[in-house]
Unconditional design. Structure first.
Length: 249
């Protein structure tokens, strides 16, 4: 049987164990009718429902990368490289998760260069740690990347950088329903975060990519933030991890 590559791909990233946000995004993706879901990593960490998020991601995503928080939980990254809140949450996640789900996280890789676009958790230069938030850094990433279009997560900010022939890279944050034509130029796109947005919009973020038409549409979805916060407080994770979800920071 011939394999037809997916044309309409829903890109998700940085779920961070936020089950209500992930469920709302999966519903919105189903309504939009994507062929496949690709996840750029950080399924767990910060939030209180890591097992549910791993199980939903395993069920629905055709591709899933490993993020730095996933690699902390599997023991591949030392916890002392994390901020205090992130380290506490990673240790709690290790102690809480079903070992079978941790074993699945351990099979994931922070990059996938075998698709028509490059996929990295953080950046083409450093797939695990680099935050691509400036045009200067984007320039270095665009120099390093093999694909004309790459997708990254990690910063939790929905954005795009483009470099047109003979010009320097420029970047912009992306708001709900922003639509772009990716058919020329070199691109780095970030869908934003499902479970812990940091761009001032508390709604869950995802990105619909049409690989055939070469278009991108950024999406935001309301979800039950109070339910995610209650789960974080019930787990006795740091309050700040619950509070920040209200502000999208
Ligand atoms: Zn993250």
């Amino acid at each position: 049987m011939q394999h037809h590559p997916a044309m309409r791909v829903a890109l998700i990233s940085d779920i961070h164990a936020n089950r209500p946000a992930l469920e709302a995004v999966l519903d919105d993706i189903a309504a939009a009718g994507a062929d496949e879901i690709w996840c750029l990593g950080d399924v767990v960490g910060y939030g209180a429902e890591p097992d549910a998020c791993v199980e939903l991601t395993r069920e629905h995503a055709a591709i899933c990368l490993a993020g730095n928080h996933d690699l902390a939980v599997t023991g591949d990254l030392p916890l002392d490289e994390f901020s205090r809140g992130a380290g506490i949450a990673a240790r709690w996640t290790q102690e809480t998760m079903d070992p079978e789900n941790v074993a699945w996280l351990a099979t994931l890789c922070p990059l996938d260069e075998d698709r028509s676009i490059g996929l990295y958790h953080a950046s083409p230069r450093d797939p695990i740690w680099e935050y691509v938030l400036s045009a200067l850094l984007a320039e270095l990433c665009l120099d390093a990347q093999e694909h004309r279009v790459c997708a990254v997560g990690h910063s939790h900010v929905a954005l795009s950088f483009v470099r047109r022939e003979g010009e320097l890279a420029t970047g912009e944050p992306r708001r709900a329903d922003d639509a772009l034509d990716l058919s020329s130029g070199e691109w780095l796109v970030n869908p934003g975060s499902v479970g812990q947005p940091r761009d001032g919009d508390p709604r869950a973020a995802w990105l619909l990519l049409d690989l055939d038409a070469r278009t991108a549409v950024w999406r935001r979805v309301d979800y039950d933030i109070g339910r995610a916060q209650a789960a974080i407080r019930a787990a006795r994770l740091p309050d700040s991890l619950a509070d920040r979800l209200s502000y999208g920071q």
